[in-house]
Every structure is written in C-alpha cells, then in structure tokens.
Design a binder for this molecule. Structure first.
Ligand code: FAD
Length: 956
C-alpha cells in the first residue's frame, strides 16, 4: 500500500517529543503492518525473495501506454538481447521517461513478482546459443568471472579492441548481483583527479551505446546539482572547481538563483550555492549491461551463463584452470569481477580481498503533481548536508540516502560465511527507520515530497572496499590474476573501468595513472575488522566535506604500526599511510592540537614552520618506517636492476635514485637503490607504493627468468632519518665509524653500529639537508630513537613530521612520485633527465620509447612557481591560468617558510615555461599571481658544500 511521506514523517516535524526511538518503532510497526508480508528475516541478512513482493508495482506511465506493460516488453527484449532503440520508438513510442532508470526499479518489482524460471524456459532458451562452456571453448585468453555491469563492460572493451577468446562466465544471469537494482546515477563529478577521466569516458560511451549496439539504455542527462548550505561547502565547491578546471568536464559553481531556476521545487532557505554538472543524469543499469553484452557478443566475446566458477587452480606455467560444473576452461588470465561474491572467488586462491557488502536503500514515490506539471526533467540533486540524492522518476521522485556510520548496515555474515547460495536477484528487507532523518531533510529541501506516496523501496547490497574506491588491475602475489571488484559506484564506473582495464591488459601498462584504485594498496594489514570499520565510515562519510590533507580515523591504528608508535602517538598529529601511522606534525605547549582540517591555513601552519626551522638550523628526527623495503640478491640481480631501472646500477656501498619506466616511457615508480654487498641490494620505495612496485618487479623477474630472490622487509624494518646541520655531530657521538664527509660521502651506504644497534645507514635525506636514513630491526626503533635524542640534547635535537618534510623537499626542488611523476608523465617533462641514462648499455624498460619522445620533443614541462597568496597555499591539482585560459595544473605545493611565500610545481606548455613567465594559480575561487622561478629555491646541502669548496657563495 502506498505510504504518504508526510503521514509517516510530517507529524514528527511538528511534535519533537515523538522523536524518541520507542515512538519511531511504534510508528513503523504500524507502517509495516500495512505492508505486504515478507519472509521471516534470514540470519544471513533479512532477504526479500523473488515471488514475495514487498511493495506494489509502480503507477502506470502517464505519458503513453501502461508503464508496466511497456517496461515488461522492454525488459523481455533487453533480457533476450533483441531490443533495438529504433524499434521501440517506431512501435510503442513511449515517452523518453519510460526508458529511464526507473525501469530498474520496476524491473525490481517485476522480477520479484516473476516466478523463478525453470531451466529451459523462455529466458534460458533465448540465451542458449551464447551459453554452455562445454559447447564452447575449453581454452581462453581471458576468463572474466561475473556478468554484472563491470565484467560485461570489460568483455565488451576487450573484444572490441580485437582480443580473441574472451569468455565471461556468469553463474545465474547477467546483472544478477548489485547491478539490476541500482539507482543508475551517472556523474562527471569525482574529487579524484584521474577518476574524472573514468566518469567522463563512461558518460561519453553511454551516450552512443544505443546507436552502436541497437540496445536502448535509458540514458537521461538532465544535469545534476550538488547543494551547498554551509560556507565550508561553498569553499569545498571552489576547491573542486579549481581541480576540475584543467579537465574537459563541464562543471559550474552556480548562484542560488540559478539553482532555483534549474530545480524550481527546491526550498531555497538554506541554499548558498550549487555545483552544477550539465551532463549528469541516470541510466537504466540493466539495459546498459545488456547493451554492453550485445556489443561484446558482436565483437566476438562469449558470454556464458548460467555457469558458476567453482574453483581456480594456477599451473606452474602461469595458465589458469577455471573449474565449472560443466567442465574446466584453461585461461591465460582470469579477471575477478564477481561483485559481492568477489571475496568468495579470492578465497579459492587463498586471498582475503578486503570487501564487505553494505545495505543501500532508495525510495520511489508515485506521481507528484508538481513534478508532472514540469516542462522538462528535473536535474538530480545531491543535498550534501542531508546526505541523500534525489532525482525525477517519471512523474515522481527517487530518493537515496546515506546513513551515518553508526546507523548504516553492513552484511558482515557474508564475509565470514560467504554469500548465501541463491542470493543474487533478491533484495534485503527495507528499513525506513534507518533513513528517517534523511527523509525529513529531503522533505524540507523538496517540500512536494511531503505529499508523495512511497510506491517502492529498494534495499540492496553494494560491495565496499575500505576507502570505497574499487580495486582494479593485476594483483600482487598471484600470477595472471586480475581484479575489478569493490565497486561502490559501478554504474558510472563500468564504462571507464572496462576500457582502462582492457587497455592495461592489452598494452601491458595502465593507460593513465589511477594509483588510487590499485588493488595492491591493501595488504595483510587490511583485516576483516579494519575493512568493516572503514566501510562503515566510508558509507557514512559519503557526503562529508572533502578537505585537503583529509584524515579519517576509523579502524586505526592497524596492526601495522611502527616501533615508535606508542612512544610518539600522544606527541603529534598522526597521518595514515598504507596502514601505518606516521607523524604529520608535533605538538608544543600553546599549540592548538589535533586534526583541524580547513581549506585555508590551519592549526598546523605555525608548528610546521617551527619544525622546518629545526631541520634547517639544528637537527631533527623523523620516523620513516612506512617506506616499502625490499632485498634483492642472486646471480642475476645486477642484470635485473639494469633492465628494470633507467639509472645505472649503483656501485657496492653506493645509493642512487632510480626510476622504473613503463614500456611507453612513463614513470611507473621511483626507488632508492643501494648495493650493500656485491650483488645484494636494498630497494626502498614510498609507503603507498610497496606492493605496487613489488608486483612490477616480480613480474619482470618471472618474465625474464632472472635468477634472483626478492624479500619484502617492509614490516620487519624500521627507518629513522636524522637531518640538519648537526646531524653528523649527533650521530658521531654514537659510533666509532668515521662519519666525516671524506669518509662517508653523500649517497654512500654502509652497515654500522649506533649505540651498539646494527643499522644500515644511507647518507641521503629528502629534506635536502645533511642527513642519514638509518634502517634497522623494528624492535630496535625505540632504543635507537632514544639514543639519538639523548645524544642530541646539546644540539637541541627535536622531532619533525611529514608536513615539514614536504616543505623542505619542495624548496629543494625534489619531485614526489605520485605528484610530479606518475604514469601520466615521462621523465623528460618531469625534469628527471639526471636520473635517466639513455646511453647506458642495458636496454631498460621504456628506453626506446623515451628516445623517441626525446627526438620528437616534449610539449609541456614541469615548472617551479612562487605565488602571491594570502591565507591559502596550493596543494596540487589546481588550475594554472594565463590570459584568461587554463593552461596547466599544479602537481604539489606548500608554504615556503624559507621564502615566506607559497611555492608550487606545475605542468605548463613549453612556450609558457620560461623562468620569469607570469601566470596565475586558482585557489578557492581566486586567481593568484604566480611567477616561474629558477629551481631550486634553496640549494641542497651537498651542492652548498661543493660551491663553498670552489669558493662560490651558495644561496640558501
Ligand atoms: C540500491 C543500490 C543503488 C545503487 N545505485 C547506484 C548508482 O546510482 N550509481 C552507481 O554508479 N552505482 C550504484 N550502485 C552500485 C552498483 O550497483 C554496483 O557498484 C555495480 O552494480 C557493481 O557491479 P559489478 O559488476 O561489480 O557486480 P554485480 O552486479 O554484483 O555482478 C557480479 C556478478 O558476478 C556473478 N558471480 C558471482 N560469483 C560467481 C561465480 N562463482 N561464477 C560466475 N559468476 C559469478 C554474479 O552472479 C553477478 O551477476 C547501487 C547499488 C545498490 C545496491
């Protein structure tokens, strides 16, 4: 029975005393009493089963024939893969609204009303020719496990790119996981820089998919508006505007008046601004998948269902045996795209993918007269403070909230016990109690909702990874095993991720940088408890303000803490890096302590300046234990490293900075390489790239058949860095080894004892000042740290954190991997020529490509800018302007405590890259004057020493 929203909630707004949870329960008991009966709650997750409807079918379409009839016809044709957009229009002439994402909702109702199919009945027969692996191939290049929007998109893209022998195995029918009941929202917006590309590709693909495949997809693009109702939100929008200005996406910051013009049914009382993306909208996820499936088949992929993958075995030659009840398929590569079953697939090969299903609900209303009276479709709105999305659904509204973390529901039993057999086309029982506060917020923002009847509620599983970003790419530690899992927003990601993964599979390297979705960002430290705590937080934080330098605290600390964690945790503000806690900045009496995020300079601004001064004038200590550390040894170790790295292999006792390039000459990774003994190396990488780099190296070892051993020492080894003019003086007190410049030169490494503790010392420092990195057993971290602090009393030694380190490295002009260099940049435009030895004998990966890039000449270049700002500093990814046009983007930035002004790296076109060039950088809605300067702003200590020796006066 339809339920009017104000009947449920309106009274609550009038009588606050009814807000008690007891009263809520009573009210909802009354509401449930009039709802159709459902199955008894299942301990595995309160499922609504097919054939036991929980809500009535939607009202008939007002714009043509009966909506239900139309949709049934569409659904059948879509199911059978026979629907053609043209035919629809020619015969039934439904209003475009009938082809919208609502069909997912109705199809939900339809499916739940439809009796379970007998094998061989209409649907199964219709698919016969495309199914049956026994009738098809028993060998494949790529086997994709899962026929949701993600798996099917990958099959489409691989086949379209010409890959033969692509086989997709689906255990029941296409879309029978999360896909069939999704709300279908599509948006250009994403705060992640490269994820914008994924969204943009998807939207462009969806726009032309019907034409290409003959299958209607129900794509509506009425635009979308994010609503700001606090000043901080307005700052956030400005921050997001500057980050999208250098992307082709259309996005505008609009006034309340414009918001109202676009969405006339809004209560404007609290609206301060809107972030408007004109190309946004929604799509029918079921039809989208069917269109991709039609395309995949057209280009030669086999989509086989119902065929369940029951086991996986990898052979010693790297080939996979994919077991199904119908036989074994041998494959060169497998891709896990099994949605909320992805964890079960992982378990088959001993992997614990950090995924957990969450319950997500949305509500559909019947016709709202004011909506019906509109001349054009309303844009989607996202009320960020109310934490919900709302869009037009034919002549009614569809509304989907994200509950707070303490209220949202996880499906934990599926993690421990696996997904119950048979679940797929079912839904969870809806629970409107959980979303009451969002319904109230929505009724206040869109008052016509008060009079609306709920005609359908959908509650389904979405698979969450801890950070809500998917895991896409090859998995470290298992050969030829790829994943495309953990999609919180799979409908908008399907197109772009299918293409991204297909390009990577076919070309052997990612088409562009997307480190944030690398499956190898997780590791053994991502336990089930951690995953659950994080998924809860990520769901609840869906619409919170996204600050620069954002920290989230659920699930911390993990079991992966540094040896110094307990000693330092109360003395500093910790940051989270790949499972580790690492000091960002240290407290002193009088400081406003803790994490106080802002778009402007905030509580850490002065303390970081203090730490900067500490290192520049005295000596500081920083915990760098989160670094990824590998030992490589064996007869072929030199040969391997010579092939892997663009730099030469360092001599015994020496260290250098080396880059692994992709075959196309992009910067895949940056590592510090030290040859400790003949043929024995220590490789060090950043905390976020440990398994990312290890996978690449292992792959190369396997491919080249190198005789080497590689050992990951990350968790066992601690790292302390001591830096500043007194670093030598302090450390010398702890050892008899000669640490003088003559004896222990810059970029030398050696084993020594400090206060009787064994360390591998490298004379290197990311601060650019005199310094050593001290690698030691994790259990020695506290005694080593204590000995150094004790020894440095007289010199005024003190701690410093990563924020000061960042300012110090930027002043020295040191590039950071992931910012100035990544898979989107080549080392020539990044200014890394010094580290790339094109004339060395070894044919390192990327060498030929880089030679060609050099010959052709580069089009853009990394430049170094100072900025005239006020209370704000660049972070990276801001738009760079010249003559009223965006011409580039910053990559990282900070306040330079040395120059007392803001500093940034930026990519700009060659013709605008000369020293002295005047540009502008957009920060929080304002363009600030910027000038390209000669780098570095501050010379490194070794350079200063060299110049001093020559009698020149070095600048600091
Ligand atoms: C209520 C709700 C609303 C949503 N709204 C949106 C939205 O508006 N926009 C958006 O972008 N996203 C939305 N989502 C998220 C989106 O639905 C998912 O991210 C997306 O559908 C995931 O697709 P998938 O292909 O990864 O997984 P699934 O669709 O779950 O597909 C996985 C497939 O793998 C198959 N499979 C599993 N195990 C095996 C096996 N052993 N052998 C063979 N096959 C197997 C399953 O049968 C299933 O068909 C929503 C989700 C929900 C629940």
């Amino acid at each position: 029975m339809p339920r009017r929203l104000d009947a449920i909630l309106g009274s609550w707004a009038l009588w606050p005393h009814l807000y008690s949870s007891g009263r809520r329960r009573e009210l909802w008991a009354a509401v449930r009493a009039v709802s159709p009966p459902g199955p008894a709650p299942d301990p595995a997750g309160a499922l609504v089963r097919p054939g036991q409807p929980r809500s009535p079918p939607a009202a008939p379409c007002s714009k043509g024939r009966s909506g239900a009839l139309l949709r049934e016809g569409r659904a059948r044709r879509a199911r059978d893969g026979t629907g053609r957009g043209g035919q629809w229009r020619g015969t039934g002439a439904p209003h475009p609204c009938c082809v919208c994402g609502m069909s997912a909702v109705l199809r939900g109702a339809l499916r739940r009303l439809r009796p379970p199919r007998r094998p061989g009945a209409l649907g199964a027969q219709g698919r016969k020719e495309a199914s049956s692996p026994s009738a098809g191939k028993d060998r494949a290049d790529t086997v994709i496990i899962g026929g949701g929007c993600i798996g099917v998109s990958l099959a489409y893209h691989l086949a379209k790119a010409g890959l033969k022998d692509v086989v997709l195995l689906e255990k029941s029918e296409l879309t029978a996981g999360s896909t069939w009941h999704a709300a279908g929202l599509t948006t250009y917006f994403h705060p992640g820089i490269n994820l914008k590309k994924i969204h943009a590709y998807s939207i462009k693909l969806y726009e032309k998919l019907e034409e290409e495949t003959g299958q209607a997809v129900g794509f509506h693009q009425p635009g979308s508006i994010r609503i700001a109702s606090t000043p901080t939100r307005v700052d956030e929008f400005k921050y997001q505007m500057t980050r999208s200005g250098w992307h082709p996406t259309e996005q505008y910051l609009i006034t309340p008046e414009k918001v109202q013009e676009l969405f006339p049914l809004l209560n404007m009382d609290k609206v301060l601004a809107g972030l408007y993306n004109p190309g946004d909208g929604h799509i029918d996820p079921y039809s989208l998948t069917m269109a991709l499936a039609a395309g995949a088949r057209k280009y030669g992929a086999q989509l086989n269902y119902p065929v369940q993958v029951t086991n996986l075995n990898v052979r010693s030659d790297g080939m996979w045996e994919v077991e199904t009840p119908l036989g074994i398929i041998q494959a060169k590569r497998i891709v896990n795209a099994a949605g909320f079953w992805a964890r079960d697939i992982g378990k088959m090969i001993g992997l614990q993918h950090p995924l957990i299903p969450v319950h997500h609900q949305y509500v559909v209303t019947s016709t709202v007269p004011e909506v019906k009276a509109l001349k054009k479709e309303l844009p989607v709105i996202r009320d960020l403070e109310g934490s919900y999305y709302l869009r037009q659904e034919r002549d009614g509204l569809l509304f989907g909230p994200y509950e707070r973390e303490e209220k949202m529901k996880l499906q934990e039993s599926w993690v421990t016990n696996g997904v119950p057999p048979g679940f797929g086309k079912e839904l969870f029982e809806s629970d409107l109690d959980r979303i009451m506060e969002h319904i109230e917020a929505a009724m206040e923002m869109v008052p016509v909702l008060r009079k609306a009847d709920i005609i359908n509620t959908i509650s389904g599983p979405i698979t969450y990874s801890p950070d809500i970003l998917p895991m896409v790419g090859p998995h470290q530690g298992v050969i030829n095993y790829w994943v495309a899992i953990g999609f919180g927003y799979g409908i908008i990601h399907a197109g772009g991720m299918g293409k991204y993964l297909s390009d990577w599979i076919l070309e052997g390297e990612p088409p562009f940088d997307l480190i944030e979705v690398d499956p190898n960002r997780y590791g053994k430290w991502t336990t089930t408890e951690y995953t659950a705590a994080k998924a809860r937080e990520s769901y609840g934080f869906n619409n919170i303000v996204g600050y620069p330098k954002e920290e989230r605290f659920a699930g911390r600390p993990t079991e992966r803490t540094s040896g110094l964690y307990d000693l330092l945790k109360s003395k500093c503000s910790m940051g989270f890096h790949a499972g580790w806690e690492q000091p960002h900045w240290f407290y002193k009496p009088g400081d406003e302590i803790g994490y106080r995020p802002s778009f402007w300079r905030t509580n850490w601004f002065e303390p970081v300046g203090r730490e900067y001064k500490q290192v520049m004038e005295k000596v500081g200590v920083i915990d760098l234990s989160p670094f990824g550390k590998f030992k490589v040894k064996g007869t072929d170790s030199v040969k391997l490293l010579d092939h892997l790295f663009a730099n030469v292999v360092p001599k015994v006792g020496s260290t250098n900075i080396s880059h692994m390039l992709t075959p196309r000459g992009k910067v895949y990774a940056e590592l510090t390489v030290s040859q400790l003994f003949p043929g024995e190396f220590m490789l060090v990488t950043g905390s976020g790239s440990e398994l990312h780099d290890l996978r690449w190296i292992e792959e190369e070892i396997r491919r080249g058949g190198y005789k080497v051993e590689i050992e990951n020492m990350t968790d066992e080894m601690g790292v302390l860095s001591v830096a500043g003019p007194y670093a030598r003086q302090v450390l010398q007190k702890l050892t008899n080894e000669d640490l003088s410049n003559a004896s222990f030169k810059f970029l030398q490494c050696r084993h020594l004892k400090l206060s009787n503790i064994a360390v591998t010392a490298i004379r290197i420092s990311y601060t650019g000042e005199l310094g050593w990195e001290l690698y030691h057993r994790k259990e020695d971290s506290v005694p080593l740290y204590s000995a150094i602090m004790e020894a440095g009393q007289k010199e005024g030694i003190d701690d410093f954190g990563t924020y000061a380190l960042n300012a110090l490295r930027l002043e020295k002009g040191f590039r950071a991997w992931g910012a100035e260099m990544n898979c989107d940049t080549n080392p020539l435009e990044a200014g890394l020529e010094y580290f790339v030895k094109l004339n060395k004998a070894a044919d390192f990966t990327g060498k030929q490509a880089l030679k060609q890039i050099k010959e052709k000449g580069i089009k853009r270049r990394l430049v170094y800018l100072t900025l005239e700002t006020d209370n704000v500093d660049p972070e990276g990814n801001e738009s760079v302007w010249h003559n009223g046009k965006v011409i580039g983007n910053t990559t990282s930035g900070c306040f330079s405590y040395g120059a007392q002004k803001s500093l940034a790296f930026a990519y700009v076109p060659m013709e605008l890259s000369k020293v002295g060039q005047k540009l502008e950088v957009e920060l929080l809605g304002k363009n600030y004057p910027a000038t390209i300067i000669q780098e570095p702003l501050v010379l490194t200590e070794p350079t200063r020493m060299r110049l001093q020796k020559k009698g020149e006066s070095p600048k600091i």
